[in-house]
Design a protein around this ligand. Structure first.
Ligand code: SF4
Length: 621
């Protein structure tokens, strides 16, 4: 019988050898499940943690021996991801989101109530070991914040009252399923295999979200076409990647098709970690068959036999649902061998879960992660289309991009180009959150203005809109006439709205800056250091100690950040830069004017901490 979590931790503490052996047997089964393949280390670690609640160091050593990988390498991977743990935690783990939208909706009161009711601070475990509290970045629930993940299950729209109920029920021994069924969400969220209280909040449907989709129809069409003809159709549609970068999808496929290799891979990037973004969550919940079909079409086009659906750890509650869809696809022969009767069209999909790292949304970091390593972006070239997963040509496409491909195949490139604008064809699914009446998902044609969207979502008294998440831009009302398109305001889909009651610098810009600091992989000195200095400057300004030079310094340092290796570092200063550009008056209100430096600098308090640490009396003369 599988040992209980408490038994495991107790026995480990007391070092019972027999019990340890029992644990090892479980680990050996896990290793066998992945054929002792070290590139499946993420899955192995996720399963070990799922079994024991954490990854004991003694088990790491055993995995190291069995996989012939150094302990250091394994610990590098473990330490990189937010959700891996090397120490025992409570039987229930609460990960409370600290995103800007969560805070706007009362997250701090919710956090205090958790601390009070559980009896420990965030980052600690309560004395009886029942509950541990943690905080985490955006969990993809910005339309229903504050939200938390408790033992993998999502709890939304939390209030102090609701928190008291949850903690009371946990202490009373109720199961999380029982606690959650009091309010199951809509659509597939209410399926037994999901059983989640998440709401889809689909407010406007377009071709992707529309009802009436017939699974397999697009596949039956492409098997009568050559792979080159499929690529030509995708190229002709002018579709560009929906993840944010906007690279032409058809061109990417053509390059990969031309690459010479015995094996190629399709990755679907469902690691949407940009705070304020949650459209993939809804597609994975309500339109996973469209997505799987899109992956199979991509596989046919480039000549790949394996697809990997990389899903962020926060959406692990969808695991069984997605597995069922894949299994159903195999039964219908939409996945597997000789798909739709086409000799040699073999393609199958496996799911790869992440373990909590925003940077894994970058395609080469995502590939590294799927190979069992730290999700650190690679130097490029070579690009993944030439040398990606396991060194083979690999396509990484966004969830929405692959769904669009299905519609292009079904209705044709010309139809697709009738949607949107000349340069930005098709639709875009927006994730709208913040200060508005109807937060949720909107599938609109490219070319709508920000004003159009604000009207649609019921937003009034709007001070600012963050377009494209923290790495995007913070715009003021004088730019609300601008259009959402690749040629004007390009976005991966997130729009966060702030009304005039919000303190943009303190609540928004500082939150985003902290987010980038937390999420940097630390590989580049620019990205590792400069955001911390930017935060110090911002704090100084918020504390009314800043001068004009602090603002110009931040703009100069932001230029150096552009030399970072990947998009995270390159955009980490965007919240500060765009707020200086569009809300300069907020900085001017805070800084000291007519001074070149801060004359109120308190040297004594600045050195107090270091003096205390070494037991030195400060000498300030
Ligand atoms: Fe890592 Fe930042 Fe460099 Fe990207 S820019 S590779 S996140 S340190």
């Amino acid at each position: 019988m599988k040992p209980s979590f408490k038994e495991v931790t107790d026995e480990l503490e007391y070092g019972a050898a027999a019990f340890h052996d029992k644990m090892l047997q479980s680990v050996y089964l896990i290793l066998e499940r992945y054929s002792h393949d070290c590139t499946r280390l993420m899955d192995i670690l996720l399963d070990v943690q799922g079994e024991f609640g954490y990854i004991p160091p003694s088990i790491t050593m055993e995995i190291s021996k069995k996989l012939n990988v150094s302990v250091v390498d394994i610990r590098q991977t473990i330490s990189f991801y937010h959700f891996f743990r090397e120490h025992p935690v409570g039987k229930f783990t609460v990960y409370l989101n600290n995103s800007v939208v969560a805070k706007m909706n009362g997250r701090d009161d919710v956090a205090k109530t958790f601390e009070h009711e559980v009896g420990c601070k965030i980052g600690e475990t309560c004395p009886d070991g029942l509950i541990s509290l943690f905080e985490t970045s955006c969990i993809g629930m910005s339309d229903q914040e504050p939200a938390a993940i408790i033992n993998g299950m999502i709890f939304t729209k939390l209030t102090p009252f609701r928190v008291k109920e949850i903690v009371r029920d946990i202490k009373a021994g109720k199961s999380l399923n029982d606690i959650i069924v009091e309010g199951a969400g809509d659509g597939s969220n209410a399926f037994p295999e999901i059983n989640s209280m998440v709401q889809n909040n689909v407010r406007k449907k377009g071709p992707i979200l529309a009802d009436g989709y017939k699974p397999g129809e697009a596949l039956k069409k492409i098997v009568k076409m050559s792979p080159e003809a499929v690529i030509a159709e995708v190229k002709a549609s002018n579709i560009r990647g929906r993840g944010g970068a906007g690279f032409p999808t058809g061109m990417k496929w053509a390059i990969c098709r031309a690459a010479q290799s015995d094996k190629k891979y399709i990755f679907c990037n469902a690691d949407e970690g940009e705070p304020g973004t949650f459209k993939d969550r809804v597609i994975l919940t309500e339109r996973p068959k469209v997505l799987m079909e899109g992956m199979a079409i991509a596989g046919y086009a480039i000549g790949a036999t394996e697809g990997i659906l990389y899903v962020r750890h926060e959406y692990k509650y969808l695991e069984q649902h997605l597995k069922n869809i894949i299994e159903g696809g195999r039964k219908k022969n939409y996945l597997g061998k000789n798909i739709c009767g086409k000799e040699g069209f073999d393609f199958d999909i496996r799911i790869q879960f992440g373990a909590g790292a925003y940077v894994c949304g970058e395609e080469s970091a995502l590939i590294e992660s799927a190979e069992g390593k730290r999700g650190e972006p690679r130097d490029r070239p070579p690009f993944p289309v030439e040398s990606g997963y396991l060194g083979k040509p690999t396509i990484v496409n966004n969830v929405e991009t692959l769904c669009n491909v299905v519609k292009i195949v079904l209705h044709g490139a010309e139809w697709f180009k009738t949607l949107g604008t000349k340069e930005s064809s098709g639709t875009k699914i927006l994730s709208v959150s913040g200060d508005c009446r109807y937060p949720g998902i909107y599938e609109i044609e490219w070319g709508f203005s920000v004003n159009d969207v604000l009207e649609m979502v019921g937003a009034t008294d709007v001070q600012a809109v963050q377009v494209g998440g923290p790495s995007g831009t913070l715009i003021a009302p004088n730019e609300f006439h601008r259009t959402l398109s690749y040629t004007d305001l390009s976005t991966g889909g997130s729009l966060i709205i702030f009304n005039s009651t919000r303190d943009l610098l303190k609540d928004v810009v500082m939150n985003f800056t902290n987010f980038f600091i937390d999420e940097s992989c630390g590989s580049c000195s620019t990205c590792r250091n400069i955001p911390i200095h930017l935060r110090t400057k911002l704090e100084k300004i918020l504390n009314a100690r800043g001068v004009a030079k602090d603002v110009t310094d931040m703009l100069e340092w932001a230029k150096i950040l552009k030399a970072s290796r990947c998009g995270l570092g390159q955009t980490a200063a965007n919240p500060i830069v765009s707020s200086i550009k569009n809300f300069r008056h907020l900085y001017d209100q805070k800084i000291q004017h007519g001074k070149d430096f801060d004359s109120n600098f308190d040297l004594l308090s600045a050195v107090r901490e270091s003096c205390d640490a070494v037991g030195r009396v400060p000498q300030l003369h």
